[in-house]
Write a protein that binds this ligand. Structure first.
Ligand code: SAM
Length: 295
């Protein structure tokens, strides 16, 4: 048994009564930007990890589970994919996944924190895997809140923002006005997908609130989730569209889409799609309940 007292620990605090302790093999960076605290470290089980404001953002070992889930159901379900917008997305892995589709002419990524983007390029180049140098990448350092108020439309919009906790720079992006702005920037047939918090039986309230709020704006609002080991939880996403219920995308359409991608998927295919959108009873019940919304 390892002598645990020899380790330094990264402790992710989930609530007053829940923590996940990771022994740190190496701490590459720890500091504060004007927007958030940042740590980049390596653990034995998950490899390198990005931590913002004490929350794990992604890990080397399982980031593909998260990023393929966030990107591919939405792009498979969008009528077009020439122009794609990412809100947030610091590590560049969402950008990487979008650019794997040869039909994407330009992918605009708007992240508020240039220091986080630079730290990810320096310490976590495996995530972006060259995507920042792709001529189709249009990386803007700025507030997504201001960006979505500008004119122009996108075939798909992917929100890869930090959790909308009150002290986070992503918090102002979760309200009815923003959802209306995002919808106005979606081309006909487009899909808006967002990382949408935890879906564990013990903490699915924020996710349900997001889904309830989005139902006022989009005809189809499909929750989906997968277990992300580094998050130590089930992680949810929501795909919104007026044209396509992404939950019911036909397997043949998904197969045709995935065949077009450059390189191999790690996690997502038509069978995984079925699993992602097949929700347990407790979550379906929670989603059906009335409750508060992001006004
Ligand atoms: N996978 C992640 C998670 O679990 O929460 C999200 C990944 S990504 C690192 C989140 C990014 O959102 C960060 O790089 C952060 O700088 C960015 N962000 C937060 N608020 C933002 C805003 N208002 N505009 C643009 N980017 C923002």
């Amino acid at each position: 048994m390892p002598k645990t007292e020899h380790y330094q620990w990264y402790v992710e605090q989930f609530s007053d009564t829940e923590q996940h302790h990771h022994a740190i093999d190496e701490l590459y960076y720890s500091g504060r930007t004007p927007f958030q605290s940042v740590a980049v470290l390596r653990t034995a089980v998950f490899g390198k990890m990005l931590v913002l404001d004490g929350d794990t953002q992604s890990s080397q070992a399982d980031e593909k589970i998260y990023h393929e889930s966030l990107v591919h159901p939405a792009l498979a379900g969008s009528a077009g994919r020439r122009e794609v917008l990412i809100l947030g997305g610091g590590e560049g892995a969402t950008l990487r996944e979008v650019l794997r589709h040869p039909g994407v002419a330009r992918c605009t990524m708007v992240d508020i924190d240039g220091e986080v983007v630079e730290l990810c390029k320096k310490y976590l180049p495996e995530w972006s895997a060259g995507a920042f140098d792709d001529p189709r990448a249009n990386v803007i350092i700025g507030d997504a809140l201001a960006f979505i108020k500008q004119p122009g439309t996108f075939d798909a919009i992917i929100s890869d923002l930090t959790e909308p906790l009150p002290d986070s720079p992503s918090f102002p992006l979760f309200n009815g006005e923003v959802f209306r702005d995002i919808k106005a920037r979606l081309a006909p047939g487009g899909v808006y997908v967002l990382q949408a918090s935890t879906a564990g039986f013990h903490n699915m309230a924020l996710h349900a609130k997001m889904a309830r709020s989005l139902r006022a704006h989009f005809k189809h609002v499909a929750s989906f989730y997968t277990h992300v080991p580094a998050f130590d939880n089930d992680w949810a996403f929501i795909a919104c569209s007026d044209a396509q219920d992404v939950a019911t995308l036909e397997p043949a359409k998904i197969d045709a889409y995935t065949r077009e991608l450059r390189g191999e998927n790690f996690f997502y295919d038509a069978e995984t799609h079925r699993r992602l959108f097949s929700l347990p009873l407790y979550l379906r019940r929670e989603l059906a309940k009335p409750g508060d919304v992001f006004a």
